[in-house]
Design a protein around this ligand. Structure first.
Ligand code: 5GP
Length: 210
């Protein structure tokens, strides 16, 4: 995929993965409000909308039939089953953001990350670990909405997600959301400066030394 268009450097696909309850959404939200140069890729999903969510802001909520049609039309860069529902990254979301001159934040699971790495080997992958499984369970329970059965299933799914930690470029432990956000932001800022992404340097250096 060509992702240099509106940039003097190659636009970044910045992936954030973690088990649910590890604080990823808080960190993603803090990162997006603290940096104008990155925007969230809003995925499509077949899972039902939750009361606090907005269609088009949190996800593009679609039914199974529509999702299958989108798969057939080649609308996705990647898609996967998570908790029995389908989730996918829309090409149109990523292209719109890159052409607008911003980097793309992708909140996707390990399966999606593996697929995306095949599409664009240049992606940056960040994994967020909870400080302990006890703390993860405490955070999941504190939402107060799920039964013991659901919590058990989420804990098992969390262990499975965590087992993929070594496939990521950066792995952080979330002891504190603000500190973790700062580290994620530092990673983003350093990645933007990588020589291979700053295509304008070729012209610049040619002018410098002829
Ligand atoms: P939730 O239903 O709690 O919003 O998300 C459940 C999981 O699905 C999260 O781990 C999230 O990272 C993952 N997810 C969300 N969107 C996508 C997507 O487009 N592709 C993939 N592979 N996973 C996604």
């Amino acid at each position: 995929m060509e992702i240099t268009s509106a940039f003097k450097r190659r636009g970044l696909l910045f992936v954030l993965s973690s088990p649910s309850g590890a604080g990823k959404s808080t960190i993603a939200r803090l990162l997006l409000t603290g940096d104008d140069g990155i925007a969230l890729s809003v995925s499509a999903t077949t899972r039902p909308i939750r009361p606090n969510e907005l269609d088009g802001r949190d996800y593009h909520f679609v039914d199974d039939e529509r999702f299958s049609a989108m798969v057939a039309a080649g609308d996705f860069l990647e898609w996967a089953y998570v908790f029995g529902h389908r989730y996918g990254t829309l090409k149109s979301e990523v292209i719109k953001t890159i052409e607008g001159g911003r980097d793309v934040l992708l909140d996707i699971d390990w399966q999606g990350t593996q697929q995306l790495k095949q599409v664009d080997p240049d992606i940056v992958r960040v994994f967020i670990l909870p400080p302990s499984m006890e703390e993860l369970e405490r955070r999941l329970r504190s939402r107060g909405t799920d039964s013991d059965e659901v919590i058990d299933a989420r804990m098992k799914r969390a262990a499975a997600e965590i087992s993929h930690w070594a496939e990521y470029d950066y792995v952080l432990i979330n002891n504190n959301a603000e500190k973790c956000r700062e580290l994620v932001h530092n990673i983003l800022k350093a990645e933007r400066l990588k020589a291979g992404r700053r295509v304008f340097l070729h012209d610049f250096v040619r002018q410098l030394i002829g």
